[in-house]
Write a protein that binds this ligand. Structure first.
Ligand code: SF4
Length: 275
């Protein structure tokens, strides 16, 4: 068993690499038992990743390779700190009174939380024992891994639908869109609260037809409380450079207010509660 590390407070914008060189590849993580897992960091006071005040845990491992990813240092388990689920829940317990009193809770983000499904399952269960609201931020690509018990421990799904058009999705992420849409339909059928998140990247995801497909897919879903448009930014660019990765968006500007308005208008015209 690898040495157990220490859970690191910090920020999603901190660069963290190489903490666990002997970790398995993220594509094999489903076989991990779940008492231990790999974590990038946690933020204790987000107001952005779900309702109220959130503790956001960034777990390691992702099977997508979004060309605009702000956190490529969460892709591989080997870059995360190896910690126990109990250690995470103990830390969460220290924040629980404040999180409860400010109508918040725990959000697990990444990376992709379902890469380490059984690890995150234990943490969600611990959060529920503490009486906390729980949220997962996920691309939905591994949604088939989320059994009903797993979903029962999650109050809100922040579902990143990175494109409405399958070809654009593949260009942006390197993966298929279909598993994400399948997961979204399953969440709709069970009436699970969802906030859809869409990263608006000029020149990549801003095409009218791409947004239109997303809008028409999400518009009829009554369980989707919000569609949040997230403007592309360059805060993660330095990580690509530091990790010697080829970054395709060095010259991509953030979306203009006019472009953001056009996308919000498209979403609202299809019946989405967009912001
Ligand atoms: S799903 Fe998230 S963590 Fe994974 S590559 Fe895309 S933006 Fe990065």
């Amino acid at each position: 068993m690898p040495n157990v590390g220490t859970l690191q407070a910090g920020s999603r914008h901190d660069l963290r690499v190489g903490a666990s060189p002997d970790a398995p590849d993220e594509s094999e993580a489903e076989s991990l038992a779940g008492a231990f897992g790999y974590v990038h960091s946690y933020e204790s006071s987000s107001r952005y990743d779900g309702p109220g005040l959130r503790l956001v845990l960034f777990v390691s491992g992702c099977l997508l390779r979004c060309t605009y990813c702000h956190n490529p240092d969460t892709w591989h388990l080997k870059d995360g700190y190896y910690v126990s689920a109990d250690q995470v829940v103990d830390r969460l317990a220290a924040f629980a009174p404040a999180l409860r009193s400010l109508d918040g809770g725990l959000t697990i983000s990444g990376g992709e939380a379902m890469v380490q499904r059984d690890f995150t399952r234990r943490i969600f269960a611990g959060a529920k024992r503490l009486g906390l609201h729980t949220a997962i931020e996920t691309s939905g690509f591994l949604g088939d891994r989320a059994d009903d018990d797993y979903l029962a421990s999650i109050d809100l799904v922040l579902l990143d639908i990175k494109s409405g058009d399958p070809e654009t999705y593949r260009k942006a992420t390197g993966r298929d869109l279909a598993p994400t849409l399948r997961f979204a339909e399953r969440l709709a059928a069970m009436n699970k609260p969802v906030w859809v998140r869409f990263t608006l990247v000029p020149g990549l995801t801003d095409d009218v037809n791409n947004v239109d497909k997303l809008a028409k897919f999400v518009g009829p879903m009554k369980n989707v409380e919000w569609v949040e448009v997230q403007p592309f930014h360059q805060l993660g660019a330095f990580k690509w450079k530091a990790m010697n990765l080829e970054y395709k968006h060095a010259n991509t500007d953030p979306p203009t207010p006019d472009l953001i308005k056009r996308v919000l208008d498209q979403l609202r015209a299809a019946g989405c509660n967009a912001r």
